[in-house]
Design a protein. Structure first.
Length: 264
């Protein structure tokens, strides 16, 4: 009898491995622990071309010129499955957002479509992301598809500059990058930008994980590579465990049973 593998009356060697255990490439979790950021990719995990088809019907951002956006609040249930929580505004206090058009305001956006959220690779991505960060049941997760398109030049951060998003767990996944020059990401150990950590230009399928309460970030302006054609760059932002009290107040109001990151 395999006494060393028998627990609670079943044989652990006969159980299937956790399908999320090897979702991220080796070293990602260790890099997050040691340096508070990690750059990897999910090109073998998602159907990126299929995800890109959801960019065409994104509504214009009503608060930021030349930006398009959808967002939804998600969570895991007690079985570890992804669930949609419902409506709650996005709220960033001035301590985390320097842009006048966004700071200290409640912002309402159309949700991510059911067709997108019902995809198996989207659900697996969210579950694997939560597992990487140790996000438990009923912890709100904000998932956004957002980006810019057009001609000329644009600041994708709309004046935020070097900033943090007001959470502990943050990841940025590039969905597409067409006719784009610029958009280089920069990481810093301080908001003043005097202690640079890394610079990286993300390609479609690349994902940057950040401990947002430890690392500040920014991205360069975007312009057309070919002046005769428009540019387009869209990303997914997914984050959780908010340290912004403004956002936490809204989450408690809209989701009274949610498990929040209490900062007091």
């Amino acid at each position: 009898m395999k006494l060393d593998t028998l627990k609670h009356g079943y044989d652990l060697t006969a159980m299937p491995a956790n399908p999320l255990a090897d979702y991220w490439k080796p070293g990602v979790a260790m890099e997050l622990e040691q340096q508070h950021w990690s750059l990897t990719d999910v090109r073998q995990r998602i159907d990126l071309a299929a995800w890109q088809t959801f960019l065409g019907d994104l509504p214009r951002d009503p608060y930021v010129n030349r930006r398009w956006k959808r967002m939804s609040w998600l969570c895991l249930d007690d079985q570890g499955d992804m669930q949609v929580l419902g409506d709650c505004p996005m709220a960033q206090g001035g301590a985390f957002n320097d842009a006048e058009s966004m700071a200290d305001r409640l912002r309402y956006y159309d949700p991510l479509t059911e067709a997108f959220l019902s995809r198996a690779d989207v659900k697996t991505f969210v579950r694997a992301w939560a597992r990487l960060w140790g996000i438990g049941p009923r912890e709100p997760i904000l998932m956004q598809i957002t980006g810019v398109r057009g001609k000329g030049q644009v600041d994708p951060l709309q004046g935020q500059g070097i900033h943090a998003d007001g959470c502990k767990a943050l990841s940025i996944l590039v969905m597409n990058r067409e006719n784009v020059t610029g958009a280089e990401n920069h990481l810093y150990a301080d908001k003043a930008g005097k202690r640079p950590l890394a610079d990286a230009t993300l390609d479609p399928g690349d994902i940057l994980h950040l401990r947002d309460d430890r690392v500040f970030h920014s991205v360069d302006g975007i312009a057309q590579q070919d002046a005769s054609a428009p540019f387009e760059r869209f990303i997914i932002i997914i984050n959780s465990r908010f340290v912004d009290e403004f956002q936490n107040r809204m989450l408690r109001r809209h989701f009274p049973d949610a498990v929040l990151n209490e900062t007091r």
